[in-house]
Design a protein around this ligand. Structure first.
Ligand code: LLP
Length: 444
């Protein structure tokens, strides 16, 4: 077996540098070739059995990453509330729940998934989001969740109304907007006053005063989330420092603040080599916990991508090779409807052939990797240098475990891929491939 190194970004196979970000995905030597495996299972075998495009997840990797979070925060009272939006497959939710994880939901749908997955520990669920409906709030109140992260005065009033109707107390935190800039894609940055999220710290105080005057609301915490795919820990420290000051102010005002929810957002190394994960998450833990020292609060964390992102790949087959006036394309059977991140954010995903020649003189070429959907935005890579692969070859699009399948659609009436979860040698289909007739069966 070939050596693996967490987020170091490179794996040496016979001295050829080979990108290896997702640690659950490793090349094993196989005759003259090397074959990419998920845990102990060759991706060739999975593609043959379940077809492509196919999402493949490593349960071991998900376990290891959650464990790394738990370890990094072990010295402070905390609950990891995995952000369900990143990957909401019920089998993955179950796997995390079995490890004691809590959850962050942003819709009644996500809450229902958790309950369907058998998650009965509602006291480990927080509800975030800028537009919770009354029905969604009512469902969450009935379930008895830990905390509502409220984002406006109108929402606070709606929650008070729902809680009063049920005669159930809603624990609330106001999501404050710390006005901290984080270096990430503009679509997923949230911590500036120009964004729709949260309440400016300056005006949040009056909301707390209002909340504490309402019979069925209980002020319980403060929450913040500054954006996603943030790989520098400094903006987290800055945001939490502002929150810490705010907690002190609130306490002076007489509020009981038991929880600080610092949101999610820790990025992963899609492209550049990064730190070893345990070390990286430890530096994040220092950034988040240092400003809270002495405040005696229970910390809530909402990581999504950093838990599941590197634990998944999208396996696709090369349908056709094509050349237009010297420009080369690999047309694959996955498309933007299966994984929209490149089309939507111009996101980079490493792409590797599943079967690699060990021959060092093997040809390389510059190609665009594109899908069959009728849009020029339907690409996975542009002008990317890859080892030459022929029609019928399999490619793995790496780091696709987060915001992959959850954002998949049926555009062009394409059935969404199947998903399989690998635990060492064992394979479980956790979502079967959709059938075309299911895609129009609800239409009249
Ligand atoms: N908590 C809140 C309130 C959030 O809005 C988010 C993500 C998270 C936690 C989890 O953040 P994470 O740890 O996964 O960064 N579709 C985009 C990402 C959107 C993130 C939205 N909010 C992408 O594919 O990059």
């Amino acid at each position: 077996m070939t050596r693996r190194s967490e987020v170091t970004g490179a794996l040496r196979v016979n001295s050829e540098i080979y990108p290896e970000r997702p640690p659950g995905f490793v090349l094993h030597e196989h005759g003259a070739d090397s074959v990419l495996h998920c845990d102990d299972v060759p991706l060739t075998k999975l593609a043959e059995r379940y077809g492509t495009p196919l999402y493949v997840y490593s349960a071991t990797t998900i376990h290891e990453r959650l464990a790394a979070f738990e370890k990094a925060f072990r010295n402070v009272p905390h609950t990891i509330c995995y952000s369900v939006k990143a990957n909401s497959n019920v089998s993955i939710l179950r796997l995390l729940a079995r490890q004691g994880c809590g959850f962050d939901v942003v819709s009644g749908g996500e809450l229902e998934r958790l309950l369907a997955a058998g998650h009965r520990r509602a006291r480990k669920i927080v509800f975030s989001g800028v537009g919770k409906s009354r029905d969604e709030m009512t469902a969450a109140l009935k379930a008895g969740i830990l905390l509502f992260n409220v984002e406006s005065e109108s929402e606070l009033l709606a929650l008070a109304e729902c809680a009063a109707r049920l005669r159930k107390v809603a624990r609330v935190a106001v999501r404050v907007n710390p006005d901290v800039a984080a270096d990430t894609h503009p679509y997923i940055s949230t911590g500036l006053h120009k964004h729709k999220f949260g309440v400016p710290i300056g005006s949040a105080r009056t909301l707390y005063a209002k909340a504490s005057g309402m019979q069925y609301l209980k002020v319980a915490g403060v929450s913040v989330h500054i954006g996603s795919q943030i790989t520098d820990v400094a903006p987290f420290a800055e945001a939490v420092a502002r929150v810490a000051d705010f907690v002190r102010e609130l306490r002076v005002d007489g509020h009981k603040v038991d929880y600080v929810d610092t949101g999610g957002g820790l990025g992963i190394a899609y492209q550049k080599p990064g730190l070893e994960f345990a070390e990286y998450v430890a530096s994040y833990a220092r950034a988040v916990t240092n400003p809270l020292r002495g405040l005696n609060v229970h910390l809530l964390l909402e990581p999504g991508r950093s838990i599941v992102g590197p634990a998944g790949v999208l396996v696709t087959s090369v349908l056709y090779r094509k050349e237009n006036d010297g420009k080369r394309f690999l047309v694959v059977d996955a498309a933007m409807n299966d994984l929209i991140r490149p089309a939507l954010y111009n996101a980079y995903h490493e792409i590797v052939p599943v079967v690699q020649s060990k021959d060092l003189s093997a040809k390389r070429e510059t190609v665009d990797v594109v899908g069959p959907v009728c849009e020029s935005g339907d690409f996975f890579a542009r002008d990317r240098e890859l080892p030459r692969v022929e029609e019928g070859a399999l490619l793995a699009i790496l780091d696709a475990g987060a915001y992959g399948m959850v954002l998949a659609s049926n555009y062009n009436t394409r059935p969404r891929p199947a998903e399989v979860l690998v635990t060492r040698k064992s394979v479980k289909v956790i979502r079967r491939r959709e059938k075309i007739r299911e895609l129009y069966s609800a239409e009249l």
